[in-house]
Ligand binder design. Sequence first.
Ligand SMILES: *[C@@H]1O[C@H](CO)[C@@H](O)[C@H](O)[C@H]1NC(C)=O
Ligand SMILES: *[C@@H]1O[C@H](CO)[C@@H](O)[C@H](O)[C@H]1NC(C)=O
Ligand SMILES: *[C@@H]1O[C@H](CO)[C@@H](O)[C@H](O)[C@H]1NC(C)=O
Ligand SMILES: *[C@@H]1O[C@H](CO)[C@@H](O)[C@H](O)[C@H]1NC(C)=O
Ligand SMILES: *[C@@H]1O[C@H](CO)[C@@H](O)[C@H](O)[C@H]1NC(C)=O
Ligand SMILES: *[C@@H]1O[C@H](CO)[C@@H](O)[C@H](O)[C@H]1NC(C)=O
Ligand SMILES: *[C@@H]1O[C@H](CO)[C@@H](O)[C@H](O)[C@H]1NC(C)=O
Ligand SMILES: *[C@@H]1O[C@H](CO)[C@@H](O)[C@H](O)[C@H]1NC(C)=O
Ligand SMILES: *[C@@H]1O[C@H](CO)[C@@H](O)[C@H](O)[C@H]1NC(C)=O
Ligand SMILES: *[C@@H]1O[C@H](CO)[C@@H](O)[C@H](O)[C@H]1NC(C)=O
Length: 473
Amino acid sequence: MNLKFGLLIASSLTLFTGRATAANSSLPEITVKGNAFFDSSSGDRFYIRGVDYQPGGSSNLTDPLADEETCTRDVAAFKDLGINTVRVYTVDNTLDHSACMDMLAEAGIYLILDVNTPDSSISRFNPGCSYNAAYLQSVFATIDCFANYTNVLGFFAGNEVINNADNTNTATYVKAVVRDMKKYLRARGYRQIPVGYSAADVSSNRVLAANYFNCGDDADARIDMFGVNDYSWCGASSFQTSGYATKMQLYKNYSIPIFLSEFGCNEVPGSRPFTEIGSIYSTQMSSVFSGGLVYEYSNESNNYGLVDIDNSTSVTKLQDFENLKNQYAKVSDPTGNGGYSSSNNYSSCPSYQSGTWEANNTLPAMPSQASIFFSKGAGDPMGTGYPTQDMCDSDVDFNVTSASSSITSASSSSSSSAQTSSTAASSSSDNSTLTAPSTSATSSKKASSKSKGGAASLQVPLVIKLIANVLLF
Ligand SMILES: *[C@@H]1O[C@H](CO)[C@@H](O)[C@H](O)[C@H]1NC(C)=O
Ligand SMILES: *[C@@H]1O[C@H](CO)[C@@H](O)[C@H](O)[C@H]1NC(C)=O
Ligand SMILES: *[C@@H]1O[C@H](CO)[C@@H](O)[C@H](O)[C@H]1NC(C)=O
Ligand SMILES: *[C@@H]1O[C@H](CO)[C@@H](O)[C@H](O)[C@H]1NC(C)=O
Ligand SMILES: *[C@@H]1O[C@H](CO)[C@@H](O)[C@H](O)[C@H]1NC(C)=O
Ligand SMILES: *[C@@H]1O[C@H](CO)[C@@H](O)[C@H](O)[C@H]1NC(C)=O
Ligand SMILES: *[C@@H]1O[C@H](CO)[C@@H](O)[C@H](O)[C@H]1NC(C)=O
Ligand SMILES: *[C@@H]1O[C@H](CO)[C@@H](O)[C@H](O)[C@H]1NC(C)=O
Ligand SMILES: *[C@@H]1O[C@H](CO)[C@@H](O)[C@H](O)[C@H]1NC(C)=O
Ligand SMILES: *[C@@H]1O[C@H](CO)[C@@H](O)[C@H](O)[C@H]1NC(C)=O
């Protein structure tokens, strides 16, 4: 990224239009109104018909949007399937995504992007420490990479960070990240792209989490959309039997869009029939839900795939792919506005309940060192393998008045334990019957650091680099 260029342009703009100028093709932006999404051009309600796009699987998270060849392979399959959205769990913000983003746009496909990487994310084990300026630099740099594409439907600030009954305290920090992202978008003059959270389906706290992320008088701290990873419809189930009917009741007053950010239970013999499509895209659910994303495009070791990847140019479509394609073809969206609601109020904040809901309604202030990004942009992206999880904010004290100088101590403290804690922070899936099979970057850390340089060596230089990036131009 050319920061200097960006700054000059930015400072000479008096009016921000919010339209991408960089992207080749563009789709109309999707906007949020009440509890639904709308196509800003046609005014039609927008239902997410999507798949989770995670080739390599949660155990080897890779950026699928930086390789034109594999995007060409996969976008063709997406078109055949008939989808309008993909969700990507992690990207490398040092890479060029324009070819894939344009290809998606030309195919009429939107992106929901998780902004975390396995190394730069909120840690379940040390959430306070993992929320720091270096982490936010990574998140903001990813926003810089994608905010200009009009086919970015939204960002997820976190995925399944709460994946159990006993880590609800992490929500405080995820919500702080939501707030910081929304403020950053505005400060940088970007379109106000929806920022959301993708929740594991934990029965003891699913409603508490939904309410928490959508509560409080600070609109910046409230999410704009809520994704639920829900595997409750298995095989030829039904609206009632699956529990979808109950979920409708649970969320019926919710004031913002909800969608299934992962669905597609595979605990069935043979292939998945995907009969839930008939409910999801019908008036049974359209007053509350705005579609969803099937987990997942490629077949990985957890056996959820729609296709087998043969090589970089070819996939084999599995029976699941054909079943899902047939369901999509058979089921059209509800007519009109689907009974959406624009009059619900945001939620009341759940109070602290020891053992049940331990998130704090007083969010931590953004680390002060990060405020420079609001005025200058995030600077050079650091890519993946940038271990920020144990970089306690209190340990980092960069002197922004002097680029060449003093990184006071400490920022280097993090690396050795980063490995441990983030490994432990891993995965919702391996060890829980409550939660979904996926893991995004937020939670997962089986992915190796495929980075430039490796964890330890990045510690001090990155802070220096950060300062240099924002000051030396
Ligand atoms: C995004 O678009 C704005 C306005 O056109 C432009 O100033 C900026 O450089 C673009 N950013 C990127 C990363 O392309
Ligand atoms: C846009 O993309 C298409 C297909 O990739 C290409 O043929 C066309 O030249 C591009 N247009 C611009 C202005 O870059
Ligand atoms: C992880 O993904 C990368 C990039 O796609 C690939 O080169 C590598 O072989 C994969 N590693 C494993 C263990 O599957
Ligand atoms: C929804 O809101 C109505 C009106 O405020 C209230 O009576 C009802 O109890 C709420 N239902 C749920 C499930 O929160
Ligand atoms: C998906 O991958 C798993 C693990 O490699 C394999 O056991 C399974 O047979 C594959 N499923 C299909 C339908 O190819
Ligand atoms: C990719 O796999 C397909 C199907 O197996 C095969 O026909 C094709 O030759 C392969 N291409 C390459 C480059 O290996
Ligand atoms: C929203 O809040 C206002 C003011 O508290 C109240 O009058 C109204 O009934 C609420 N609407 C719903 C749908 O709960
Ligand atoms: C909530 O956060 C505030 C401000 O950081 C702090 O003073 C308070 O102790 C926290 N409460 C709990 C229960 O963690
Ligand atoms: C920052 O660095 C400048 C130049 O070295 C120094 O004068 C100033 O006192 C430093 N500020 C802090 C807060 O350390
Ligand atoms: C689940 O976690 C527990 C405690 O961390 C561990 O002892 C157990 O081996 C794990 N089970 C699986 C299947 O990973």
